[in-house]
Structure formats: structure tokens, C-alpha cells
Design a protein around this ligand. Structure first.
Ligand SMILES: N[C@@H](CCC(=O)N[C@@H](CS)C(=O)NCC(=O)O)C(=O)O
Length: 207
């Protein structure tokens, strides 16, 4: 049994999507980011960086933070959503790192400058829009070479990218300019586990 501490954000959504895909037993504990619950000492004990998601394995008591590390752990623990050969695993890790190091931070900044700042900062908007468009282009080119992000098979790399790239409307990104990303989003969005993971996240975090 796992407990997933999260909010209804792109990084939070990854975890129920993976847990559903892997048929693992879990419950969601909502963390109210607007109320600052991520800064509470009890939560900082689980993640000293004060961010969701965190996954606790109730059997061992182990807590893991960083969504990429959590997805990697779940793939390792189940032997699923990750190839078994070394080059295939390296490829998954490579894309997981790109998601955590570039796609999350850049799209996150663009969202913040579009939706959370009291004033419009034209320079920041231009910079993060350009970088976000560039990253959608990187993934679009990648999907010309393989059916999924880390190869032809569906892996945790797809789960890491999906909730971020699905926010294109909020980010003002013309998804038609990235037809392979658009097709991939439609294919993933049709998966039962993706639908269930998103729905359970919304329900469990509703205030
Ligand atoms: N690299 C981290 C990023 C986690 C992250 O930025 N989480 C955001 C929500 S998507 C958060 O907790 N924000 C609250 C805050 O910064 O105070 C991961 O992939 O888990």
C-alpha cells in the first residue's frame, strides 16, 4: 500500500497515473499548496525541499520525493513500464532527466508568468514562451523516430511528460504546430489508467 502526497498539478498527476497503470494499491493525501502545507514541519520531514509529490511505501515506511525518482522506483519495483535491456533503460532515464530538468521548470515558469503574476512581464513571457515552444519541438521530433518518448513501448518517461505537455492551452501553445505531440497526447489521454489517475487526483484534492 502506498500513500501519495500530492496536489492537482502536472508533477502531482504523474503518480496516480503510474500507480493506476501498475495496478498498485494506494491512497491520496491532498497537500494544499495555496495554504502552504508543503512548508509544514511534518511534510518537510518527508521532503526537505517542500514540494509535492511524495510517495510513502507503507510496508517499509520509506518516503521518496522527486517525481522522476518515484516513477523510476515504481518501474524498478514492478519490472514494468521500463525496458529490461541496459540501453533501453538508459534511454528512459535520459528522457526522465530531460523532463525534470527542462520541461517541468520551463513550462512551470511560463505558467507562472501567464497566470500567477500580478503584472505582465513581457521579457519573461517571451523567454519562457520561446523555450517552451522549443521543447515541444524537441518532443515532436523525437516522436518522428519512435511511437513513444523513450522508444516504441509505453514507459514511465511518457507518464513524466504527459501531464506537462497536456497543459498546452493554459500555456498558449498552438498544439497543431506539433502534430506528433498532439497525436501522442490523444493516444495517452485515451488510456484507462491515465483517465482514472487524473480523475482520482481531481477528486482527492478538491477543496
Ligand atoms: N522536480 C520536482 C518538482 C516538484 C514541484 O515543483 N512541485 C510543485 C507542484 S507541481 C510544488 O510542490 N510547488 C509548491 C511550492 O513550490 O511551494 C518533481 O518533479 O517532483
Amino acid at each position: 500500500m502506498y500513500t501519495a502526497y500530492l496536489a492537482d498539478t502536472p508533477n502531482g498527476r504523474k503518480i496516480p497515473i503510474a500507480l493506476e497503470e501498475l495496478d498498485l494499491e494506494y491512497r491520496i493525501r491532498a497537500v494544499d499548496l495555496a495554504a502552504g502545507e508543503q512548508h509544514a514541519p511534518a511534510f518537510q520531514g518527508l521532503n526537505p525541499n517542500g514540494k509535492i509529490p511524495v510517495l510513502v511505501d507503507e510496508a517499509s515506511g520509506c518516503a521518496l520525493f522527486e517525481s522522476g525518482a518515484i516513477l523510476f522506483h515504481l518501474a524498478e519495483a514492478t519490472g514494468r513500464l521500463m525496458p529490461t535491456d541496459a540501453p533501453g533503460r538508459d534511454t528512459v532515464l535520459q528522457w526522465l532527466f530531460l523532463q525534470a530538468a527542462s520541461v517541468g521548470p520551463m513550462l512551470g515558469q511560463l505558467w507562472w508568468f501567464r497566470h500567477a503574476t500580478p503584472e505582465r512581464d513581457a521579457l519573461a513571457l517571451a523567454r519562457y514562451t520561446r523555450e517552451t515552444q522549443r521543447l515541444y519541438g524537441v518532443i515532436d521530433s523525437r516522436l518522428a523516430a519512435s511511437r513513444h518518448i523513450a522508444g516504441d513501448g509505453y514507459t514511465v518517461a511518457d507518464i513524466a511528460f504527459y501531464p506537462w505537455l497536456a497543459t498546452h492551452e493554459e500555456l498558449g501553445i498552438a498544439i497543431g504546430d506539433y502534430p506528433r505531440v498532439q497525436d501522442w497526447l490523444q493516444r495517452l489521454g485515451a488510456r484507462e489508467a491515465v483517465r482514472r489517475g487524473l480523475q482520482k487526483t481531481t477528486e482527492a484534492t478538491r477543496v
